[in-house]
Write a protein that binds this ligand. Sequence first.
Ligand code: C2E
Ligand code: CA
Ligand code: CA
Ligand code: CA
Length: 273
Amino acid sequence: VISDQPPSANDYIHIKASDVERYSYVKRSLGRAISNDELFIELQPQYDGLNNVISSEVLLRWNHPHLGVVNPAEFIPIAEENEYIAEFGLWVCNEACKLLKDCQTQHIDTKLSINISAKHLARADFVGKFLAIVNKWQVPHESLTLELTEGALIRGVSIIQYRVRELAEQGFSLSIDDFGIGESNLNYLQDLPIKELKVDKVFIEAMEGSEQKTLLVTSICNMAKALHLNTVAEGIETTGQLDQAKACGCSAFQGFYLDKPMSISDWRDRLGH
Ligand code: C2E
Ligand code: CA
Ligand code: CA
Ligand code: CA
């Protein structure tokens, strides 16, 4: 039985019963995550080939009072099925802008990349609300990159493509997340004002011991260069993977080997301020 009541500690006993119950428990809990101050962000730096931090990805975390920190891979899809994803997306945007403003005040020159759900981007009120937050914090648009998954651009067709153009005209950078997995349609790379491709970690992992996969990543990087796009190699876990990604021509690198996602205060220390 799914109740509309906010979950209590007692509900926790039931959530182990089945995935369906866990799903509905998570869904009910999501509604009060913001008002209960349960969300926070972590940051994961992205490095250029010379070990300089060029941007950092903002990753959402949810500290549930009974479940502990819930993985975004679990709760983002649930939030996307409900209206929560827009609230969460704007919350993350506000945190990111607040942090950028803070850095600006302290003369720390840095950029942030945020993940935007296609479901959120497609909403009629997206640009207005997003810009209101960015402008409230007086954040230069050039210091924000928006990461969108590839599938969204193909499946979401015109409305998403329209949004991408709108945002690029406003000076934001657009990045294609998880590039190369799932369906691919290279047309949009030429047609849309995209700045960056994030080569999915499945390719980075697969490169070790596979000449074919290494060739594939090299080809992606060459194609990206021809289209004046940057390439970020995702999920770098070993020094070998970093070397290979460099040899393939990727322009930036992100992964546990370089830095795990970290708290804001660890991130400040990492940046040396
Ligand atoms: P993503 O955008 O592809 O983010 C990269 C994920 O890979 C992150 O997982 C990150 O912690 C993880 N990662 C980074 N380096 C490594 C590595 O070397 N090895 C491995 N195995 N993993 C690595 P996380 O934080 O659990 O996020 C999962 C997904 O949830 C993200 O995938 C993104 O699609 C979504 N997500 C996270 N934050 C947000 C958000 O604020 N908004 C939206 N819409 N989605 C978000
Ligand atoms: Ca991402
Ligand atoms: Ca990714
Ligand atoms: Ca992903």
